[in-house]
Write a protein that binds this ligand. Structure first.
Ligand code: ADP
Length: 303
């Protein structure tokens, strides 16, 4: 087993704001690790420290076998980035955008690399289309082609599919899995549950702390959350009534059904018992149930 990321005790403050606190993280080479958590929780800051873009205030470790503090430039050179701020040159065609990137980064085998990237991401037929005229899904493909042109070993994706339709998202994820199958390690921040479930493993960050880690299955299991699903007349309209009751940590409608979760089974059953028009049964919590619970608990601890 080769670890692509192996860091301990990472900390980062901006002014008096301690935004990343004592983060330990190990990611095996070729894995896709999803970073989740509320906005402003320190995901991007953590990712930037792992890729050599930002120096931690303290902590130690390696990314791609290079020291995250002393050899950041080596890590940066081997990392591909696809961030929301990625700007395509709208007046250039798809092929011209890639050629431009290859030149700016002084890459060798430029023509070959550009042709390979076009082929790999299904962009060949559209090579002469202007980037500015592309739909969200195609722009995203071009952004990914740009990010992997220099054949990185680590790929950093910052909310890569925001604003992309479900079909294009699916195709994008197929491509990410193909890349990981070739040994590329992928770190991805996301707010989408379906994306989180497509990652090999998850890191949940809240208020700068890593509070859950592992496969989606392991994270759900470790939560010890009990979820009761209610179906029947008006189930989805009980949100307000159940919210705030003892033992009820989260209430979330799923279509016409309702998920009520907490970690005390008996008390939870007592909380829903008065609503006899609804059929209640215990179900496996979804990842979303668990994340809502984690978010609520972190807020309580913070306060
Ligand atoms: P997330 O990716 O989880 O939304 P970030 O890592 O972007 O969170 O930000 C965490 C916190 O750090 C936020 O409060 C943000 O405003 C702050 N922050 C991030 N980068 C900087 C910076 N360069 N200077 C000052 N504050 C920053």
């Amino acid at each position: 087993m080769t670890l692509a990321i192996d860091v301990h005790g990472l900390n980062k403050s901006f002014g008096d704001k301690h935004v990343v606190q004592d983060v330990d993280l190990a990611v095996e080479q070729g894995r896709i690790c999803g970073f989740l958590g509320p906005n402003g929780s320190g995901k991007t800051t953590t990712l930037r420290m792992l890729c050599g873009l930002l120096t931690p205030d303290s902590g130690e470790g390696q990314a791609l076998a290079f020291d995250v503090i002393r050899q950041a430039a080596e890590i940066k050179r081997r990392t591909g980035y696809m961030t929301q701020r990625f700007s395509l040159y709208e007046d250039l065609t798809i092929a011209e955008n890639l050629q431009f990137t290859a030149r700016v980064y002084g890459l060798d085998r430029r023509t070959e690399r550009v042709e390979q990237a076009l082929e790999r991401l299904g962009l060949k037929e559209r090579r002469n289309q202007q980037a500015g005229a592309l739909s969200g899904g195609w722009k995203q493909r071009l952004a990914l082609a740009n990010a992997i042109l220099h054949e990185p070993q680590l790929l950093l994706l910052d909310e890569p599919t925001a604003g992309v339709d479900p079909k294009a998202r699916r195709a994008f994820w197929d491509e990410i899995h193909a890349l990981s199958g070739e040994g590329l390690t992928v770190l991805v921040s996301t707010h989408y549950m379906d994306e989180a479930e497509r990652c090999h493993e998850i890191a949940y960050i809240s208020y700068g702390r890593l509070i859950a880690r592992g496969t989606a299955e392991a994270v759900v299991k470790a939560s010890n959350l009990v979820t009761l699903r209610g179906e029947g007349p008006g189930a989805d309209r009980l949100v307000h009534e159940l919210n705030g009751k003892r033992a009820v940590e989260t209430v979330a409608p799923f279509g016409a059904a309702l998920h009520v979760s907490g970690d005390d089974r008996k008390a939870l059953e007592a909380a829903v018992a008065p609503y006899k028009q609804v059929r209640w049964r215990e179900v496996e919590p979804t990842l979303e149930d668990v994340f809502i619970q984690l978010m609520g608990r972190a807020q309580d601890n913070f306060q």
